[in-house]
Design a binder for this molecule. Structure first.
Ligand code: EPZ
Length: 402
């Protein structure tokens, strides 16, 4: 049985836009608690190849004094979040160029909302093959309503709007903690941003300055270890957590019978309880996060009765279910929906990781399954979890990479 403390790292999905935000100023931006994960490395390489000075150490220091240069194509295909440099580049230098970002196996990952909003703000956007070129003498503030809530779409437009002429109102902004944390950094850099009832207001400025900022903890990593603790530990103490970011996850964990306590910046979770089936729907924040759906599916395999998951954000985000079935899970997939029935156990076998959170769900299943599990393509996991195997070994897991 696993047991002990787990240090939760900084949030990948706050770090990525915040690194991109350094392009908005010629001064130095210093970020603390940025997790050392593959996607962050990719973003740092993108910034370097755009001409920024990058120093990594305890803190990450970036100064984009001059920008220009064409980053290697593979940096764009490696990470969808590469789209996040477009808004800042356009706002800062009047031009930006990206490649159609790499898809992920959780479904097609379009960026039409980003491009349509930038066009509305005055950008000219040409597409040549998979290359997207954007130009704008100076973006102008606009009223933006996305066809549906988009996390990186909100982040891209928010960053672009900080240097646009006039005010931008995003009527239906994403309200994830990572979006709020980016807004906080931008305000420290001198941006004028207000979260109002009618949406997110950004008053464009002539320029922004540098800032120092500590990234929020990763709520999805915390949620992942909450499920690990519930299934395979006597107890785990999760440290450096913002419980306020996990309300929907706590509510569903409680409903499923997970035994845990919450402190000011920690969670103590105890294993050994029996689990109850439930109905789960993924929604934009503050609803249940799609990035916790795969992890929760493993727990529901052990819940009495029949559970249902409705995936409203990425309806194809069920590839992990087919791998779990190889381990003996009883899961039926319909369009955008999963039905999970109780099984007594899962059996170790060879499975394949398909995306970041699916990889985590297969590790969770492997920890609780009978016998040895081999997970192929585990590189997906390293895109978003810092030292995941080290953290698991520290609490007693038998896990190794070959
Ligand atoms: C962000 O992706 C996260 N990535 C994802 O985390 C997360 O799953 C997702 O938000 C939802 O919470 C980062 O923050 C780097 P969206 P994003 O735009 O911004 C559709 C992880 O595991 N859409 O909010 O790409 C889209 O297809 C990753 O860390 C368009 O149609 O997601 C989806 O159905 C995986 N056109 C919905 O909107 C667009 O231009 C929401 O997507 C943009 C989005």
């Amino acid at each position: 049985m696993l047991q002990g403390p787990v240090e939760i790292s900084g949030a990948k999905n706050a770090s990525l836009p915040e690194l991109a935000a350094s392009l908005l100023t010629t001064e130095e931006v210093v970020l603390e608690r940025v997790p050392r994960v593959k996607d962050v490395e990719t973003m740092l390489e993108l910034l370097l190849e755009l001409g920024a000075e990058v120093h990594t150490g305890e803190k990450i220091r970036i100064r984009a004094q001059e920008i220009g240069g064409e980053p290697r194509e593979e940096l764009f295909s490696a990470m969808r979040a590469s789209v996040l440099i477009l808004g800042p580049l356009l706002a800062r230098s009047g031009m930006g160029e990206i490649l159609w970002p790499g898809g992920c196996s959780i479904g097609k990952r379009p960026i039409d909302f980003h491009l349509d909003a930038l066009k509305k703000m005055g950008a000219e956007i040409q597409q040549e093959g998979s290359r997207i070129k954007a130009r704008a003498k100076r973006l102008k503030g606009e009223r933006i309503r996305f066809p549906r809530i988009t996390v990186t779409g909100t982040e891209n437009i928010m960053m672009a709007a900080t240097l646009a002429k006039g005010e931008t109102l995003i009527e239906n902004p994403a309200r994830e903690p990572e979006v709020k944390d980016l807004a906080l950094l931008l305000q420290k850099m001198g941006a004028e941003i207000g979260w109002e009832k009618d949406g997110l207001h950004i008053e464009g400025k002539e320029s922004l300055g540098g800032a120092q900022h500590r990234v929020i903890p990763d709520r999805i990593e915390a949620g992942t270890f909450l499920v690990i603790g519930a299934l395979s530990s006597s107890f785990l103490l999760l440290k450096n957590v913002y419980p306020g970011h996990l309300t929907a996850v706590f509510q569903k964990a409680k409903e499923a019978g997970v035994d845990f306590d919450i402190g000011e910046n920690w969670i103590e979770v105890r294993g050994g309880s029996s689990f109850r089936s439930l109905i789960l729907e993924t929604e934009e924040y503050p609803g249940f996060p799609t990035d916790m759906q795969a992890q929760m599916m493993v727990l529901l395999c052990f819940a009495e009765g029949e559970s249902r998951i409705k995936e409203n954000i990425f309806p194809e985000r069920f590839r992990h279910a087919y791998e779990l079935k190889k381990m003996g899970a009883d899961v039926e997939i319909l369009q955008g929906k999963a039905i999970i029935r109780n099984v007594r156990k899962l059996k170790g076998t060879t499975v394949k990781a398909t995306d970041l959170r699916a990889s985590a769900s297969l590790v969770i299943a492997g920890l609780v399954a009978e016998g040895k599990t081999v997970i192929e393509d585990i590189f997906h996991l390293k895109r978003g979890y810092e030292d995941f195997f080290g953290k698991l070994r520290k609490i007693g897991a038998e896990i190794r990479e070959e």
